[in-house]
Every structure is written in C-alpha cells, then in structure tokens.
Design a protein around this ligand. Structure first.
Ligand SMILES: *Cc1c(COP(=O)(O)O)cnc(C)c1O
Length: 409
C-alpha cells in the first residue's frame, strides 16, 4: 500500500482511482494530480528518520506514488547539490544565492526525475511501451529509463533538437523520429500514435506521474535549506512540470507541518522567441495561447502551447511571483558568467535564469537580502557551447611558446 489517497483533476476536481494507469481527467480532459493521506505520512516518518536514508529521489518514498514493495526503475536520479553561488551573488549585489544543479542527474537533466517516476509507475500499472514528444532532454531520459526496464520507447523530436539528446535516445535503443516544427507538432503525432500502438503517452502533464518526480526537487530544496523555503525561485519554463511540481512539494510539507510560512515567489523564465507564459501573465489571461513560430536555442523553453498553462499562471499569481523573457544573447552571456565565476557549465535554460536575475535585480524586483534559488535544470555539455574566442594555437620554439602564454595570462 502507498500513501496515495486518490488522483484528482486540477480543474474539475473529479476523483480517479490511483490503482489504474491514468492520463488526463476522464471527465474534462484536464491535468490530474496525485493526492496523499498526509496525516498518515506524518505519522509514519520524521525528519530524523529521513537523515538515515540514502540521498536520491526515493528518500521521500512516502510522498511518491510507489506501492510499498514497488522497486523503482532507477539510475540514481535526485539528490543533486544545492550549490551556494557566492561569487555570482556578489556580482549581482545579492547576499543569499543558490543553484540547484540538476545537470548532475543521470542523463544530464532534471527530466530524469519525472521520467524515472513515470516509467516506474506506468510499468507497474501495465504499460507495455512508451511514446514521448520532446524538445530533447525528456526524450533522452525516457529512452534511458525505458531501456533500464527493458520496454520499448518511441521518441519524436523537432529536427533542430540538440544532437546529444537525439544520440542519447538512439543509443538507449529508442525509436527516434524527427519532424519539422516544435514539440507541439511532435505532441500531435504522439496523441495519435500512442493509442495506435497501445503504448503509454508520456507527454508533459498529460499523465500524473512525471509531476511526482519533479516534485522531489521541492522536497529536496526544503531539506537542503534546513526546512525553510527561499524567498524567490527562478524556473526556466517550458511545459512547467517543475514550476507546478516544486510548489506541490512545498504544499505537502506545509500540510504536514514540516515547513512554515509563505511559498517562494515563483518566477517563470522564458526566451523572447517563445514566451507564452510571460505573455499570458502580462495579459492577465486565464491560460496561455499558442506562440507562433517559437525560436530559441534553449530547447527546453521551446514549448509554444503548454498543456498546463492555467495551472502555471495560477501559481505565478498566488505566490506573487512573475514571468520574464530574456534574449538569446543574454542567455549565452548568462551561461558564460555562471561558468566563469562559479565553474558551473549550465544549459542555456539555466543561463536564462542568470540573465533574468540580472534584469530583476536591476529593476529592483529582488532585494539584496532576498534568499534566491536558481533551478539549473540541465548540464551545458549536452548543447552546443556558448560562443567563445578560439584558443590560442601554440607553435614555434619553447621560448616563444612560454612567452606567448605569459603574455596571455
Ligand atoms: C525540459 C526542460 C526545461 C523546461 O522544463 P518544464 O518542466 O517543461 O517547464 C528546462 N530546462 C531543461 C534543461 C529542460 O530539459
């Protein structure tokens, strides 16, 4: 038995049986979320008991949908460091800044958490294969976890997806297809192919299990900040699993009395070339509308019509957060700055957060003493590196080479 009470529609509230393999709400077609008997969880675990457990996503087992005896399909996801970023903080005029380095996950991104959890659960509940539309990292992670449990996987990505993510999926034995368009185009194909194959559709937030994996970022953050919440949390936003998952984790801990106070102001960071959430928030809209011709090198942000737009907007408003779009140049500069001053090569999505924080600080939207967390969602090494001058080529005599290096440093 797990601690799950039921699965609930986030819009109409309809209750669904958690023992069945679920996708979207059977009544209204909207996003589902797993609900727990938090009283029972609180009676079962203590913060002290947690200390004796190994790091990783299943450290918070009672707050996952796994059955008591269920063995997770795992590659060691979760347990990523919350790195203090004192040199970047000084550069920005801040005093308390951290980066959650999700690039240290298996497959180099936080997608490992969601897909590890979803594939674990879906396999137990009878899935015989998986189909996923992706901008890159989700496809790579899905392929890896499918390989890990010996089930087949179809990955459909846009043609311009970063090569490492495509290779990662293909190496793991997935059937990889590319097409003209974005993840939205891929999603339309997946919606037809998954039922035709009888395989499970892993599309972002069109099933309730990936969210439970992403939620563990919030649980870890709470523990790593000694059971407190930061004041501001910046999240690079595509489909929004973490944007919705992190506050879900915090809410559960609040209900258990493990943390207290207000949720952090959650800030959605997007690229200027694809900013449906930024636009919808500025327009005070109920949900997002499809972004025409989405373009950005931050592949994870190239999501023109997120399924859970309304749920994201609600969180941004309820937490007094915001949404900000940054340009491609600023994203690259953000990557270079973080690498140069802290040694962290984050993905373009992480670079976007650095750019956004610079802008928010300049506008007075974060104060110097705010406690700020950047969700550094992926490893930079999976993408083309940001532009850099070519290294100086050494030739000539030993003396000439030494002189050349002395001149350069
Ligand atoms: C997928 C992805 C994102 C966007 O995450 P969502 O939960 O879909 O909003 C951000 N960064 C990286 C590196 C990603 O792979």
């Amino acid at each position: 038995m797990s601690f799950v009470s039921h699965v609930e529609c986030t819009v109409c509230g309809a209750r669904h049986d958690a023992k069945r393999l679920l996708t979207v709400c059977e009544r209204c077609g909207q996003m589902l979320a797993v609900r727990y008997d938090l009283e029972r969880v609180r009676a079962q675990v203590t913060k002290d008991a947690l200390r004796g457990r190994p790091p990783g996503m299943y450290r918070f087992r009672e707050l996952t949908p796994l059955d008591e005896d269920e063995t997770p399909v795992t590659l060691g996801e979760g347990g990523t460091p919350l790195l203090p970023l004192p040199r970047l903080a000084a550069h920005l005029g801040l005093r308390h800044l951290w980066g959650k380095d999700e690039g240290q996950n298996p497959t180099g991104s936080f997608k490992a958490r969601g897909l590890g959890m979803a594939i674990t659960r879906a396999r137990t509940l009878g899935a015989r294969g998986f189909v996923i539309p992706s901008a890159g990292n989700a496809g790579g992670a899905a392929a890896a976890y499918a390989a890990r449990c010996g089930l087949p996987c179809v990955v459909i990505v846009p043609r311009d997806t970063p090569a490492a993510a495509v290779a990662e999926a293909a190496l793991a034995g997935a059937h990889v297809f590319t097409l003209e368009g974005s993840i939205a185009t891929a999603g339309k194909v997946v919606a037809r192919v998954a039922p035709a194959l009888g395989w499970f559709d892993l599309s972002t937030l069109k099933e309730p299990y990936r969210l439970e994996g992403k939620k563990t970022m919030g649980l870890e953050l709470a523990e790593q900040l000694d059971w407190t919440m930061p004041d501001v949390l910046l999240y690079p936003t595509g489909g929004g699993t973490g944007l919705i998952g992190i506050p879900k984790g915090y809410q559960e801990l609040l209900a258990m009395g493990w943390v207290a106070g207000a949720l952090p102001r959650i800030v959605a960071v997007q690229a200027e070339g694809c900013a449906p959430v930024v636009k919808a928030l500025a327009d005070k809209a109920e949900t997002t509308t499809a972004w025409e011709d989405p373009t950005t090198h931050a592949a994870g942000l190239r999501v023109p019509s997120p399924f859970a737009g309304r749920q994201m907007l609600r969180i941004l408003r309820d937490t007094g957060g915001g949404a900000i779009a940054v340009g491609e140049r600023a994203i690259e500069e953000g990557q270079r700055l973080l690498a140069r001053v802290e040694g962290v090569w984050t993905s373009p999505e992480g670079g976007a957060l650095v750019a956004a924080l610079l802008e928010m600080k300049a506008r007075g939207e974060v104060t110097a003493d705010a406690r700020v967390v950047l969700m550094l969602t992926g490893a930079g090494i999976k993408y083309d590196p940001p532009g850099l001058p070519a290294p100086v080529d050494l030739e000539g005599s030993d003396e000439a080479i030494v002189a050349r290096i002395r001149r350069a440093v």
